[in-house]
Each structure stands twice: as structure tokens, then as C-alpha cells.
Design a binder for this molecule. Structure first.
Ligand code: FPP
Length: 251
């Protein structure tokens, strides 16, 4: 059997290495529509979506981007047909198991954000294993938001801080933006610089509400399964044309 050649993504000449986003976040939308247009069941779109994500992760790593976060399952996605939810849970588990060896070879650190306790126990075990195995990896940081909701994350941070105040460990005036950030799932991950949403919707859908405060947003009509390296190139190119002022005026 011949081994599959590993694709290497060169940084396109019109992108500046110095001004790459450090952290890219993606809302992977349009899997269902992609499948429907081809007369396929929705789950085929999710299956193809995994391939897109794997390629994007490799592209980010090859270009020298430090972190990628993908919105895989929101707290609202439980409202989908049971068959689709079950398929997604099984898919996450299978992908984690199948891809772990390659993640180790490629020095990827895997993390999960969200309320993981509500996930099937077998998936929680697979997540724990992948997170523990990859925690010393120092290449790209890959975060998967699963059963994640930005409002729910903020509420749980408030509760944790309120408990510390009640127990006398903190005073209300100790609450700062930094302290608050430390109580979010993303405590040790820098905020995204670029948010990409596929399939044309102009919403952030409860994703990283706190962390996206100053992210540049790029929306493409392309459906997630069709989002390839050349689409990513266009997104990063658009990002590099933006004038990021963080609320200040240009000096
Ligand atoms: C949105 O498309 C997609 C999802 C809710 C699932 C995304 C999950 C993957 C791509 C799998 C990722 C796997 C791992 C291991 C992280 P949609 O179904 O809402 O599409 P539609 O808007 O066209 O219906």
C-alpha cells in the first residue's frame, strides 16, 4: 500500500507572514445545504465538513497560525432531529479516535470548550484522552467548541466569581476584564483575531461572545464543505487589508 502524500500549504506570496492572524475562529455553516443540493442526506455534509476542517487545520499550521477554534456543536443544536444529533456525537468520537495519531505527529494541541458534562460518556472519555495526550504539544492549538454557548459560558463565569465573593475570597472591586476572562473556558487561549463564517449568514450565533469583541469578521457565501485553502487565502487576504484600531484613532 502506498502512503498518502502529505499536502504542504505554502504561504501565498501576497500574504504577509508578520500580519497573519494569531487565532482564527470558524463557524462551519452550510453542511446541510451542501448535502441537500446534491440530493444527499444532511449527514453527508457533516462528513465532508470534517475533511474541510482537517485541511484548514493543516493549512493554518503550515502557514504558522498559532490557534484555530471551530464551532462544532452549539447548545442550541440539541434541537435538531435525534438522528442527526446522534450522528454528530458518533462522528466527533470517531474522528477524535482516528485522527489522534496524526495530531501527535503534527504537534497539535487539542482542547474542547463548552459544557462537556452533557455529552455522551464515551465521547467525554475520548475527549479526555485526546486532550491529555496532546497537552504537551506546542504546535498549533486546536479548540473544538462542543455543546458550547457564549451566554451559558458567561453565566457560568459569573456564578464562579459570585461563589468566590460569597466565600470571601474576592471583593466585587477585584472583578476586572482579566479576572473575568480567567473564568471563561478559553482562559489560556488568546482572543480570535479573525472570525470566518461560511454560507452567508450575518450572525455570530452565540459563539465566543466575549472573546470576539475585537475580531475582524469575514463572511463568505461558500458552504462549509467547499471552503478550501484558496477560500481561506481570500479570507486572510481580506483580514490583512483591514485597519484594526481596537476603538482608537489611527496615530
Ligand atoms: C452547520 O451546518 C454544521 C454543524 C452544526 C456541524 C459541524 C460539524 C462538523 C463539520 C464536524 C466537525 C468534527 C469535529 C471532530 C470537530 P448546518 O448543518 O447547520 O448546515 P445548514 O445550515 O446548511 O443546515
Amino acid at each position: 500500500m502506498t502512503a498518502k502524500p502529505t499536502v504542504h500549504y505554502e504561504l501565498p506570496a501576497d500574504l504577509s507572514r508578520e500580519r497573519l492572524p494569531k487565532h482564527v475562529a470558524v463557524i462551519m455553516d452550510g453542511n446541510g445545504r451542501w448535502a441537500k443540493r446534491r440530493g444527499l442526506p444532511r449527514i453527508m455534509g457533516h462528513r465532508r465538513g470534517v475533511d474541510t476542517l482537517k485541511k484548514l487545520l493543516r493549512c493554518c499550521r503550515d502557514w504558522g497560525i498559532e490557534a484555530l477554534t471551530a464551532y462544532a456543536f452549539s447548545t442550541e443544536n440539541w434541537g435538531r432531529p435525534l438522528e442527526e444529533v446522534d450522528f454528530l456525537m458518533t462522528l466527533f468520537e470517531r474522528v477524535l479516535r482516528q485522527e489522534l495519531a496524526e495530531m501527535m505527529t503534527e504537534d497539535v494541541r487539542i482542547r474542547f470548550v463548552g459544557n462537556l458534562t452533557a455529552l455522551p460518556e464515551s465521547l467525554q472519555a475520548e475527549i479526555d484522552y485526546a486532550v491529555t495526550q496532546t497537552k504537551e504539544n506546542s504546535g498549533i492549538s486546536f479548540t473544538i467548541a462542543t455543546n458550547y454557548g457564549g451566554r451559558q459560558e458567561i453565566v457560568q463565569a459569573c456564578r464562579a466569581i459570585a461563589t468566590q465573593i460569597q466565600q470571601g475570597h474576592l471583593a466585587p472591586e477585584d472583578i476586572t476584564e482579566d479576572l473575568f476572562s480567567q473564568h471563561l473556558y478559553t482562559a489560556d487561549i488568546c482572543d480570535p483575531d479573525l472570525l470566518i463564517r461560511t454560507s452567508g449568514e450575518l450572525r455570530i450565533s452565540n459563539f465566543l461572545l466575549w472573546q470576539l469583541a475585537y475580531a475582524e469578521i469575514y463572511v463568505t457565501e461558500t458552504l462549509w464543505p467547499d471552503f478550501d485553502a484558496s477560500e481561506f487565502h481570500q479570507a486572510v487576504y481580506a483580514y490583512q487589508q483591514r485597519d484594526r484600531r481596537f476603538g482608537k484613532v489611527k496615530s
